[in-house]
Every structure is written in C-alpha cells, then in structure tokens.
Design a protein around this ligand. Structure first.
Ligand code: NAP
Ligand code: SF4
Length: 670
C-alpha cells in the first residue's frame, strides 16, 4: 500500500459486514435525470462510469420517502415496489463495474416548493415560497415509517445502503435546530427532544434493513445560521446516532438559507475539514468530510492528518469520472479538475435543467454526447487555443482525426489566463493544465506563437475558428485618457491602480474586477473564516459569531447603464456571493448610469438626471466583448469547410460553459 502516492485515500475501509475499496465517497448530487424520460438508463450509465472509475461508495441524488417530502411537486420519490424495480438498472450497472451505491433519502421539509410542505413547526424559511404546516405527532411517526419503508425498498432494489439527509437545512435538520423547531411536545423544546426525530428515524431504518446494510447519516456539523447547533450538541447527537445504528457519519456544512459560501470556487480548498476533525475523537464509526476537496493530494492530506476517515467529493466526479483510477495510477495531472464554478451543475439543477459540467460536457450525457472513432481520416485545423479551441482540438483528436491547433500567443488557455488571476478563481489554472496535457496525449500538433493566415489553412479538410473575443471600447468622449484601462490589459499587465477606481460594466467581469480591486492580500484559511464570521470553536449557535469585517482601502464604483438590480454576476448559486462580497467590501453600485466623458477630473456621469463627477484615479472598462474573426469569410469564399465557435461566433454573454460544449459537440459530429 505504501508505494502508492495516495496510500490513505486508496486504503480499503472495512465496515464489518462489507468493505469499501477505498476512502472515496461520491457525494449526493441531483442531476435532473431522476425525473426525466428515460432518465434511469442515462443515470445508470452516469453512475456506472464513476464506479468503473474506482469510486468506493456512490450516493445517489436525493429521493423523497413520501409525497410531502418532495422538493418540487414533480420531484423523484422512492416509496413503492415499482420504484424499487425501476432502480434495478442503476444498481446492476454499478455492481457490474465493481462499485457500491447507496440511495439518498431526502425529505425537503420547509424547503419543499409546493403548498403541501410540512416541517417541525410552521415557520417559513427565508428562501421558500410556502409556509409549511406543522407536523402532527401522527404525521411524524408516519414519516419515520416512510423512511424505514423506503430503506427496505432500497435494499430490495439492490442498493448497498441508504444515506439519510440530515443536513443542509432539510427536514431532519429542521427538527434538530431551535431555528425551525418551536414545538412543545416530545419532538421539540429541549435538545433531547429535538434529537428524537433523527434518532427514532435511524432506529426504525436499522430495524427494517437488518445489520448488514450501510446507513450513512449526513449530519449538519456547522449550520451557519442563527439558532443552529453548537459543537457540544453535534457531539451529543453524533454519539447517539452511532448507538442507534448508523454505519458512517457524513458531514454537512451550512443550510441552504445560510449566507456564507460553502462550496463555491471562492471557498478555499478543504476549508471545512476542521469541522469533521473536531468530532473525530468523539466517535468510533467512520467519519466523512467534504466541501471543496478536488484533488487526490488535498484528500490524502486530510486523511493522513486524521481529520476524517473518508472524503466525499461530488462535483469532481462530474468533471472527471476517472478521478480515482488516475490517482491509483499516480496520474493526478491527468485529472480534469472541478473548478467549483457551479455553472453547469448546481446552476442548472436550480432552474430545472439537467446537470452537466463546464469542463466536461459529457457528464450526464454519457449516452448522448459520444466521441466515436472517426470513420474517415481528415486533417483538421483549430485556430485559437482558448477554452473552446483546446476542448475542440482534444475531442477531435480523441476521435482519431489529425489535428493542428494554432495559437497566436505563445501560451495556451485564452481568457482563462485572465480568469485564473482573479482572487478565488485560481482553479481555472487547473483547466488549462488538464487540456494542455490532453493535447499532448492525444497527439494534437500545437503551434504556439503562430497567427495563421488564410493561405496556410488551404490544405485542411475542416477549419474551426475559435479566435475568441476582445474587450469592447465604448464610444465615451475621452476614452483614450490615460486614466482608462481595459480589464484585459489590467489583469494581463498587472497595472497598478490608485485608491479610487470606477468600473464601467457590471457583468461577470466587472464584478470580478471590483472584487479583485478590494480583496485583502494573502488571506489564510483562518482569515477567510474570520472574514465570514465563522466561529472555529462552534461554541456559538450555528458556528456564527459577531466579527469585524475587512475594510478595503480602495474605493470602487461599479456601474451599468441598465436601471435596476446589479452586481449579482451570472450564476444562480453564486450570484448572491458576488453581491455579498461587493457589499462587504463597500463597493458602490450605480445603475441607470450614462457615461458623459472622461477627463483629468475623472469620470463624468449622469444618474437619475443628476450630473456627477467621480474623482477617480482610474477607470476600468468591463463593457463586454466583441468577436474576433478575421478568417471565416475569406475561408468560406474559398469554399472551405469552416466552423466558427466560441466567442468568435457569439461574443454576447460568452461563457466557458457554452463554448466548451459547443466545441465538443462539433467535434462529435465532424
Ligand atoms: P457581460 O456579462 O455581457 O457584461 C457586460 C457589461 O458591460 C454589462 O454590465 C453591460 O451593462 C456593459 N456594457 C455593454 N455594452 C456597453 C457599452 N457599449 N458601454 C458601456 N457599457 C456597456 O460581459 P462580461 O462582464 O464581459 O463577461 C463576459 C462573460 O464572461 C459573461 O457572459 C460571463 O458569463 C462570463 N463570466 C463569468 C463569470 C462567473 O463568475 N461565472 C465571471 C466573469 C465572466 P449595460 O449595457 O447595462 O451598461
Ligand atoms: Fe465543477 Fe463547475 Fe463542473 Fe460543476 S460545472 S462540476 S462546479 S467544474
């Protein structure tokens, strides 16, 4: 075992009645396939690929044990023999690949987005539309019975275990915390009473499934909301859960309504492993830790320093199904790393779309987006080695085409080279590393520093133009003043800015630049936790304590012409974080702005009919982009097969998710 690079990660875990092949748990993720037509076949292919890739224990997305517990009226439920039979295709596919899989049972409680929502008390959550009905004692017992019945059915369906979702602010968590449990009966009031629901639940499930079935309990160890649990309470519950028959305790961090980032890319890697570690000496069953673990080394460090017995990773398995196999083969550099962007996974699920992955568009499309071997040998030129060009070149080469990739710069990665310099977006570097490796391995002929001409492209069977975008220079009088700099020059050339800065354009890049300009330098993990008011002792309820926030020395104005809300950035699950950070840093947001001129005094603007001069040292242009394509018209005129993709195709709202998918889909069809 010790000659492996990740001996702790790859060590088997003996659960007594069964063994897991390593310490990797693939955390629960809703994919959207659970409810879609033919979804189970696609889910089977999705999970089978991860089992083949070496995952120790897969946990499915959440299924409700009854109708009221569904997140949406049409969300998946697992409560009948019919459902158990339908799930066979999933469990069989995973077992055929030598994997193990547990079904997650999730009752949404007050997070249910329908009028039949129920909870411990009739208290609406700040993120819900519906006020739940308080459950009667009879309803509580019936719900416990529903969990037990679903667990029994999971066993019949061939699952190796169940995970009971007791964190993130769902029903079980709602019973545990005072915040959402104001009952006076035996299910509320004292902590002993508030623990009764999870404990009775585990006892009922254990009694029904027998001793040789995995029960994972996802315990909220750091609620990050007011009136959440303290560490002392967590320890008490964990000990009793162990006695009640839980096999493995998984960690939950933060309720959905918490206003502290817990998994987004801004969160430092392994930022919450210390939470699990606090419980480690208190219980003897295996403990799983999670959140922002995305490389084998980060996982190995956690396990070798005894912070946990297993690590849970969810999104990293969307990004790369072969994460574990590559770690086993000591090929960590070949892993397509999850960059924590949420753009194609959680942001999709929250708007009812199928999950996938920005860096791996084949995720959840295993049976549809297939790179089959090419039937004829063709020469393909890809021009531009940004995310779109790199992904297309790799996918085409994987199919067996002969691919040349031209890039006018002497480096790969295009706009990702800018993104990775934004504080909290360093992960983009990993994507450049991954695609660079794949270009090498798939034999793509990379020609850096070559601004290829139309004539040089004449001999190719297909030309793919992926020449990207350039920053827009809006026609504002005085735009060429020395105070003005575009975002690309600012980041690329590391231009030193003064203490008063105006940012024109409040899209994703304007928000990122404003964050960068007001960010404290060299934050340690402890600084980051402190900045968000997280109490490492967890003596305060929910792990929150009153704290002093970092105040930026620099004053920044972020502006857009559109009236109304601004500053949220593109993603549903990350927009609020951007907004909160700008607020914390004191960035002044101005919408409905017209830009009158720039001169030595600064930026002259009109807002709501009032003229103002922002006496700033610098003005940064983040006013969107325009396409760069100097090739396609000339190539088409020569009757060549030309495809324009990425920002060169459409510059408006260009984002890496769209352009990588577009490139891989094109390569699949060539
Ligand atoms: P964007 O989101 O399209 O925003 C462009 C901004 O410029 C808008 O605020 C727009 O607002 C303003 N603007 C447009 N034309 C203008 C003009 N002629 N004069 C003055 N202002 C003008 O583009 P972006 O910020 O450049 O971002 C590009 C893409 O990168 C985005 O689509 C995004 O998906 C991606 N991105 C994503 C993230 C992320 O965190 N996921 C971060 C950064 C970038 P008004 O027209 O109202 O003035
Ligand atoms: Fe990770 Fe982004 Fe892919 Fe989601 S979309 S799995 S966060 S890289």
């Amino acid at each position: 075992m010790d000659d492996k690079s990740y001996p702790h990660l790859l060590a088997p875990l003996d659960l007594g009645f069964t063994q897991l092949r390593n310490r990797v748990l693939m955390g629960s993720m809703h994919t959207g396939l659970e409810e879609s037509r033919d979804g189970f076949k696609k889910l089977a292919a999705f999970y089978a690929a991860r089992a083949k890739g070496g995952v120790g224990l897969i946990v499915t997305g959440g299924f409700s044990p009854n109708f009221r517990g569904r997140l949406h009226p049409l969300s998946a439920e697992f409560s009948s023999g019919r459902a158990a039979r339908a799930h066979r295709v999933i469990t069989d596919a995973v077992h055929q690949e030598g994997g193990k899989i547990a079904l997650q049972l999730l009752h949404a409680g007050r997070y249910a987005m329908h009028p039949f929502a129920v909870s411990a008390s009739a208290i609406k959550s700040p993120i819900s539309k519906f006020t739940p009905k308080e459950m009667s004692a009879r309803q509580i017992k019936k719900t416990i019975e529903a969990f037990a019945r679903s667990s029994e059915l999971a066993r019949e369906a061939g699952y190796d275990g169940v995970e009971l979702m007791g964190s993130e602010g769902y029903l079980i968590n709602q019973f545990i915390c005072k915040r959402s449990n104001h009952r006076y009966d035996e299910w509320g009031g004292s902590y002993e009473n508030r623990m009764r629901f999870p404990l009775e639940l585990v006892k009922a499930v254990r009694a029904r499934v027998g001793r040789d079935f995995i029960i994972v309990f996802r315990l909220s160890m750091l609620d990050l909301v007011e009136q959440g649990s303290t560490h002392e309470e967590v320890v008490l519950l964990a000990k009793q859960l162990e006695q009640a028959g839980v096999t493995i305790l998984n960690t939950g961090i933060g309720w959905h309504e918490a206003r502290i980032p817990t998994i987004a890319t801004q969160v430092p890697r392994a930022a919450f492993a210390w939470v699990t570690e606090k419980l480690k000496s208190e219980i003897s069953i295996p403990l799983v830790t999670c959140n922002r673990i995305n490389t084998p080394q980060v996982a190995e460090d956690i396990l070798s320093s005894h912070q946990a017995d297993m690590v849970s990773m969810a999104r990293p398995f969307l990004a790369d199904p072969d994460f574990v196999v590559k770690a086993e083969q000591d090929r960590a550099d070949d892993i397509n790393t999850c960059i924590g962007c949420n753009q194609a996974c959680l942001d999709h699920v929250f708007v009812g779309k199928r999950a996938s992955c920005l860096v791996n568009p084949q995720a959840c499309y295993e049976t549809e987006l297939v790179l089959s071997p090419a039937v004829s040998q063709r020469r393909i030129a890809v021009v531009g080695a940004g995310p779109a060009g790199m992904a297309t070149a790799v996918a085409a080469a994987e199919r067996g085409f002969n691919v040349d990739l031209f890039e006018k710069n002497d480096y790969l990665g295009g706009q990702f080279n800018l993104a990775m310099q934004i504080p909290g977006k360093e992960e983009f570097r990993e994507t450049i590393r991954y695609f660079s490796r794949r270009l090498e391995q798939t034999g793509v002929n990379v020609k850096l520093g070559q601004a290829v001409s139309v004539d040089e492209l004449g001999s190719y069977d297909e030309v793919i133009v992926a020449t990207g975008v350039q920053p827009r220079r809006p026609p504002i009088p005085g735009i060429d003043h020395e105070k003005v700099v575009d975002y690309q020059t600012l980041i690329r050339d590391k231009v030193e800015l003064g203490l008063r800065v105006a940012v024109i354009g409040a899209g994703g890049i304007g928000v990122d630049v404003s964050t960068m300009l007001t960010e404290p330098e060299h934050q340690s993990l402890d600084d980051w936790l402190k900045d968000w008011g997280i109490d490492k002792s967890i003596e305060h309820a929910g792990g929150l304590y009153p704290h002093e926030e970092y105040v930026s020395q620099r004053q920044v104005w972020l502006m857009q012409r559109r009236p109304g809300k601004m500053g949220k950035g593109p993603g549903k699950t990350t927009g609020w974080i951007h907004k909160k950070v700008l607020e914390k840093r004191g960035v002044e947001l101005l919408s409905g702005v017209s830009y009158d001129k720039v001169d030595d005094q600064g930026l002259h603007i009109t807002v709501e009919g009032q003229s103002r001069v922002l006496d700033v040292d610098h003005i940064v242009l983040c006013a969107g982009q325009t396409s760069v394509d100097e090739l396609s018209d000339a190539l088409k005129a020569k009757n060549m097969n030309v495809h324009v993709i990425g920002g060169a195709d459409v510059a408006g709202e260009v984002d890496a998710k769209r352009v990588i998918r577009q490139g891989v889909e094109l390569a699949a069809k060539l």
